[in-house]
Every structure is written in C-alpha cells, then in structure tokens.
Ligand binder design. Structure first.
Ligand code: URA
Length: 240
C-alpha cells in the first residue's frame, strides 16, 4: 500500500505537493470514486484516474548491484557524492536501494521502484537474512563468536543473536576474517557489533541478501533480477 499522492508522483503526474492539491480539488478518482482525503492508501491493483484519465503506472523493475566502496546508498546525496543510483544511470525508472550499505561497505545491494516489496523486505517482521564478511583487527576467539551468537550490547540495546564463524586469522598482520549472518538491519549494525567485542572492522562486504549473491559479478556491475528471483523475494515476505 502507498499513499495516493506518492503513487501519482511516481507515475510522473506531478510533484507530491501538486498531487495533493489535485486530490483536494477532487480531480482524482480511485476505482471510479473521487477521493479528496490526503494520504489515502492505494494498492497496486487499484485504478487511478486524474481528470478522468487513467494514470500509467511505472513498470516495476528490480536490480542487483555489486556495490563498490566510495558510493552512497541513497538516491541523492547532499554532499554531491556518487550514489548507487548514479551507477545505474541508464535505468529510466525511479529506483532506490532496499536498505543501506555504508559508503565504504561493498557487496549485494538490491534496487527497485517496487515500494511495497522494498518496505516489507526492510521491515523487522520479515527479517531477511543478510550475510557479511568482515575483516577485523585482532584475533577473534571462540568466546567472541559465542558473544556474537548470544547477542552483544551496543547503543544500550542487545543485538538479536547472530550466526558467526571464523574464516581465518592472519598472524603476521594480526587481523581475522569473520562471517556473520544477521537478521537485523540497524545503522552500522555489523561495525557496532564487532566494535562491541573489541574487533573494529577494517573492511566489510555483504556477500548475501536472502538467497541473492553477487558471486561472479565485478564491483560496480549490476543486473536485472530474473522473474523467479522476484517471486522468491515475494515469498520471503509472505504473510502466513
Ligand atoms: N553493517 C554495517 O555496519 N555497515 C553496513 O554497511 C552494513 C551492515
């Protein structure tokens, strides 16, 4: 479900503000009925008319990007840094990332204009599994892993238990590589979890989002999702 003015703006009718004025002026119908309530919720299957002309809704598109370092995960950046949407500049639809990866984090990022699916995927209720590979300072011990698996405290809140395993330890350089599988998606979640156990992160990559991975895709490369992958994403957020 989305707000009527948002759907109108996405369909390129007018800005959200102008769309609101059009709604208040009684120019907009949903399923044949004039709607003047701002924030009226519409489903994808609803038919919307403006001045009795049906609006063309944008085709829904889904992309998987292997995000490089040094790119922000927003549609626009106040500091004018390159964004993940800039990397997909040939895509005409108004896409945005599903959740965020930090500026210096690499790996799997989903982008779409399907707001309904994106919101569900980001909602804690569905808690999509995310896998990260972290290069951290120092030697991670079994006790550290147990801590991560029990949940660690950061920002005064205990994290939901994670799955964690040590991949390797480089004795010469004194860093460890750890795989972490988490369901939460708080800001800087993995960095804060690792800092809480005194192993600050030097490098972080997301290797999987649910069942999706960017294996075999070079950094900065993106591809369209296949229909079966879109169906599977929908299955991840199905209500029982
Ligand atoms: N956790 C982080 O700390 N950073 C990311 O980019 C993703 C998860």
């Amino acid at each position: 479900m989305d707000r009527l003015q948002k759907v109108m703006a996405h369909a390129g009718i007018a800005s959200r503000r102008k769309s609101e004025s059009m709604i208040e002026a009684g120019r907009v119908k949903v399923n044949g009925k004039v709607i003047t309530e701002l924030g009226f919720q519409v489903k994808k299957s609803d038919s919307i008319e403006v001045d009795s002309v049906p609006i063309q809704k944008e085709k829904l598109v889904y992309f998987l990007l292997n995000k490089p370092r040094g790119v922000v995960s927003t549609a626009s950046d106040p500091k004018n840094r390159e964004t993940v949407v800039d990397l997909l500049h040939e895509v005409e639809e108004r896409i945005y990332p599903v959740g965020r990866l930090d500026y210096d984090t690499t790996g799997v990022l989903l982008l779409t204009n399907d707001g309904e699916l994106a919101n569900k995927l980001m909602h804690p209720k569905y808690s999509v599994e995310k896998t990260y590979l972290a290069k951290v300072k120092g030697r991670v011990t079994r006790e550290d892993i147990r801590q991560l698996e029990k949940g660690v405290v950061f920002d005064k809140v205990k994290s939901v238990p994670a799955k964690a395993r040590i991949i390797n330890y480089d004795r010469k350089k004194d860093y460890s590589t750890v795989e972490l599988i988490i369901h939460e998606g708080k800001n800087h979640q993995v960095k804060k979890m690792m800092k809480a156990i005194n192993h600050p992160i030097e490098k972080l990559t997301r290797t999987q989002y649910g069942f999706l991975s960017v294996e075999g895709m070079q950094s900065g490369v993106f591809r369209e999702l296949k229909q079966f992958e879109i169906n599977k994403l929908y299955q991840l957020v199905e209500d029982e």
